[in-house]
Design a protein around this ligand. Structure first.
Ligand code: SAH
Ligand code: SF4
Length: 357
């Protein structure tokens, strides 16, 4: 079975209507993101015949909800979506500190990278998502919110921190981002691509004029190559040296504070969280350009023996970085009761939370 993403609806449209002008595709893309448009029948700028064909041939939305769960505190919601082939993947909506919403989108069904502390990694890779299946996660959450007018309506941020490794599916990720930039009020600095650090793709992005100027977060998790490889098995030779160089090259292109790079560092008790690791991290960060460090307390994952660092351990680790003048933030854990927190997305049934759809 192939793990390639399915074709995009634009390609299908061009097969059906090869003579249509390019603006037609843009018009249709806008229609998908217009709240008053609820199906092909409402796109009255298209001829009746064209609409009739499209109704038969192209689903109005590429992924359909199977189950929606809301966390007990009401600040996190998770949906299980079915793609065109009925394969399932997950997407998360989280309240953010702007009083608006951040969506955490998936780029693949499962993941081949096999990071040892991540539930998605245990699924292996089923397949990549098409750009439509990525972009439509935004559309799904917009319609979810429209049905709940008592909630804030704006999705102000998107993070690629759901299932999958975005840089293994980079063309579809890029296409989805361009769609959001063209059809929603999201700006590039409100979109973050989180990656395990696929160096050849990171390096290619530097030369790609079509790469949108979004934020990039690198899942670092260890200041040294060998210890990183034990928890992130895809760690390439000379990972840290190449990554440090990459941050400088990136800075030279996007030399602007709004495009800073973040290192994500999941703190795992007894694995990467002692004071010595923190000192080594300081040493490594000093070799990079302006980066921010975001520490993530480990979220529990079934069947894994790892545990989160203690509160005291997290504070000591953060204080060492802060004392060295490094910009450190800690990710607030959300949605654990519905298995919607970072690294927990693996289509497991949770007992917590409330099924709302
Ligand atoms: N594949 C990408 C994006 C998806 S994972 C990446 O690895 O960056 C999103 C974030 O969740 C990553 O920083 C990842 O390291 C982190 N993560 C994975 N499992 C986790 C867990 N059990 N607890 C906390 N964070 C986890
Ligand atoms: Fe894949 Fe990211 Fe999970 Fe690693 S942490 S297995 S790259 S989803």
């Amino acid at each position: 079975m192939t793990t390639e993403a399915p074709p995009n609806r634009h390609d299908r449209f061009l097969q059906l209507f090869p003579k249509e002008p390019a603006f037609r595709l843009r018009q249709i893309e806008q229609a998908y993101f217009t709240p008053s448009m609820t199906g092909w029948e409402s796109v009255t700028t298209l001829s009746k015949e064209m609409r009739a064909t499209l109704m038969q041939e192209i689903p109005w939305i590429s992924c359909t909800p199977v189950r929606t769960l809301s966390g007990g505190t009401g600040d996190t919601h998770k949906v299980v979506l079915a793609g065109y082939d009925k394969q399932l993947f997950e997407s998360v909506l989280m309240a953010n500190n702007r009083g608006q919403w951040t969506i955490c989108v998936s780029s693949q069904i499962g993941c081949a990278m096999g990071c040892t502390f991540c539930a998605t990694g245990t699924m292996g890779l089923k397949r990549s998502l098409s750009s439509d299946e990525i972009a439509d996660q935004y559309r799904f959450w917009k319609s979810f919110l429209a049905g709940r007018p008592e909630l804030p309506q704006r999705i102000s941020n998107v993070v690629f921190m759901g299932m999958g490794e975005p840089l293994v599916n980079v063309e579809n990720v890029k296409a989805a981002i361009h769609t959001w930039l063209a059809c929603t009020d999201l700006g590039p600095t409100r979109i973050t691509v989180s990656t395990v650090g696929v160096l050849p793709v990171l390096e290619a992005i530097l030369k790609d004029p079509d790469w949108p100027a979004v934020r990039i977060a690198i899942s670092l998790h260890s200041p040294e190559e060998e210890s990183r490889r034990r928890i992130v098995p895809t760690t390439a030779p000379r990972f840290h040296t190449r990554l440090a160089k990459w941050t400088h090259d990136y800075q030279a292109i996007h030399g602007n504070r709004r495009h800073h790079v973040t290192f994500e560092y999941t703190l795992i008790a007894g694995v990467n969280d002692n004071a010595e690791e923190a000192e080594k991290l300081v040493h490594f960060v000093r070799k990079t350009s302006t980066v921010k460090v975001n520490v993530i307390p480990l979220n529990p994952v079934g069947g894994k023996s790892f545990t989160a660092s203690s509160r005291q351990g997290i504070e000591i680790f953060k204080n060492i970085l802060l004392g060295a003048g490094i910009n450190v933030t800690e990710r607030k854990t959300m949605g654990q009761d519905i298995a919607a927190a970072c690294g927990q997305l693996a289509l497991t049934i949770q007992s917590g939370g409330k099924v709302v759809g």
